[in-house]
Structure formats: C-alpha cells, structure tokens
Ligand binder design. Sequence first.
Ligand code: VNL
Length: 389
Amino acid sequence: MIFKSILAGAVGLAAGLQFTAPAISQETVKVGLIATLTGPQAASGRQKVAGARLYMQLNGNMVAGKKIELIIKDDTGVADVTRRHAQELIVNDKVAAIAGFSLTPLALAVAPVITQAKMPAIIMTAGTSVITERSPFFVRVSFTLPQQSVPIAEWVAKNGAKTAVSLVSDYGPGIDAQNAFKMRFEEKGGKVLEQLKAPLANPEFSPFLQRAKDLKPDALFLFVPAPTAGALMKQVIDRGLTEANIKVIGTGDITDDDQLNGIGDSVLGLVTSHFYSAAHDSALNKKFVAEFKKANPGMRPNFIGVGGWDGMHAFYEALKKTNGDTDGTKLVDAMKGATWESPRGMMTIDPQTRDVIQDVYIRKVEKRDGELYNIEFDVVKQVKDPMHK
Ligand code: VNL
C-alpha cells in the first residue's frame, strides 16, 4: 500500500517533471534593492521602493525570457548595514545587480564590494559627484549636486543677486552643492560671503540661519537631503528669512514633492533647480504620477521615486541588450550610452562616466488644485556633471 503510493507519487513526480521542465529552465534573475526604510531618512526608501515596484507592475516581470525578482532590504541609513546587505545579496542570493543607495556614505560603502564581485550597482538617489569614480560598476540614474547647483547659480546671478550665502548639510553632496554654486556664481560676477555647514545628524539650523540673516546677502542658497527638507524649511520660515529681502533658493531637494505640501504656503514663489517635478508636463509623467498615486494611496512621487523607476528601466533594458546574460561587466557595458524617456524627460547614461546626463529645470513653488507643486519655467538642456574630468 505504502509502496504503491510511493510508486504512484514517483510516477506522478516524473510526469510532473516532464510537464514542468520548460518552467524549471525558466530562470529567475534577482535584483537586490537596498533602501533606507527606517530612521530619519525613511521617506527616501518608501519612494524608491514604490517607484521600482510601479515600474515592474506596469512593465511586467519577464525580461529576455527571464523572470525578474526584486529583493528589498532595509539598510536603516547605516553604511555598515548597506555593505552587509550588498555582500549577502551577492553571495547568498546570487543577484545580477544591486540598486538603491539614499545617502552618499551608503553608496560609497559598497564600492569595494561591487568592484571585487564585478557587480553592477545602480544608484537611484545619492548625488555626490565622486561616487561613480569609486567603482567602474556604478551606474547613476539620479543626479549630482553640481549638475543641479550650477543652473540655479546662473539663474540667481542673472536675476540681480550680487552677494550670496550658502547653507548645506555637512557631507559629500552638501560640499559639492556649495562649491559648484560658488564657482558659477562668482564666474558670473557674484560674491559668496560665507559657506555655512550644518551637521547632517540631528540638524539644528537656527544658529546658521541667524548668521546668514545677519550677513544680509541678496540670496541664500540651501541644500539638505530631501527627507530633512521639512525640518529645514520650517526653521527658514520661523526665522523670517523668506520675508527678509533675502532671495531663498536651492536645489529641488529643499522643496521635494514628498515634503512640499507639509511645508506649506510660506514657500510659495520659492525658486529651485532640479531634474524632476511631479508637475513636469509630459504624457509619460502624467501617467507615472497617476499610477503612482493609485498604487500608493496618500503618496505623491518625488525625484527619489523616479530614481526607483529609472533604475529598474536601466536594468531591464540592459538585460534585453545582453539577451539575458547576467555577466556584470556585460550589463554595465549595456547601460553605457543608454538613452530613454523618463517621467523627468530625456536622460542618457554618459558612456565615459556612467553618470546621468539630463535636463535641469528652474522651478517655482505654486499652488495647483489646492496642492503645492514645483512649476517648471526654464530649463538647461542635457547637463553633464561639471566635476567629472
Ligand atoms: C543625497 C543627496 C541624499 C540628495 C538625498 O536624500 C538627497 C546624498 C536622501 O547624496 O546623500 O536629497
């Protein structure tokens, strides 16, 4: 009896095997998404995961005959945790690529790991220029701070500012933003009176804002990582800086679409430069925003969400190009020079630097249908990072 049923089971198994053989040979290709889902920067991880998932939802999970599986890890914003997840994803999960990286130190932490493993790593957020130079396996679909800061320096100089003060978070992207801003503003005849830096952790901006106010510059240039924007802008408003005859400007991180409605009407009219606005006027972006909202009730996509979307797109297209070959070097080569339409507009991966070339928009905070948006009114076309040699 037992023997019979084992036999029957074995026959069934054999038949089943034969029947499902094509499905078994259908390989799964894994992508590890390391996001910051807890801690002070958790808003970034939420956006990134939502953007990546939406891309897969709307574009399917079959690429070059392989099934794409996304493995999501929370690095809590701590570089050691990012590195450990990267190692485990590579060694245990055998992923074909990793992606994510909110804060610059998290991206830098995986550079030696990906170089050694020849593992493509798609940067969806972090914006310090030097990151892509730290490993030939980095590809960036987000932005760099110098790329965003130069256009706003030009805009504010053109609009009559002769003096400026900058205030940034004291780490990679802040330093990059501040230096690029100063370089171009002074090339255009302006003078940066002081470059102020506030600690990244537990930010207390008030003393720096008071110092900036006392210097009475024509303009105050600001950068903080987007999840910190609400805290910064509240203190900017409380100090009366937006009314003090000082033109407050910055990169779009300070008015990002996730935080903006919470910051409130006091920032109406504030001008920033950035590569993405939820109000960007294109058919693809309208669809992206509508689908994002439908899939994530109560959320509106920001530039980090778009980074999640475009990071998946870069991977899908590369895998198509290699006909499903997951060799890391081949995948990175396939991403070099790739051009596509993103919800942000057209973008290209620079084949020399593996960094993103894209339009940078000048935008102003306005109210539309009862919500605050960054409304684009000028554009610098296809900007390369100015720091890469
Ligand atoms: C960075 C740059 C992070 C800009 C951000 O938000 C941002 C970074 C998380 O490179 O650390 O808005």
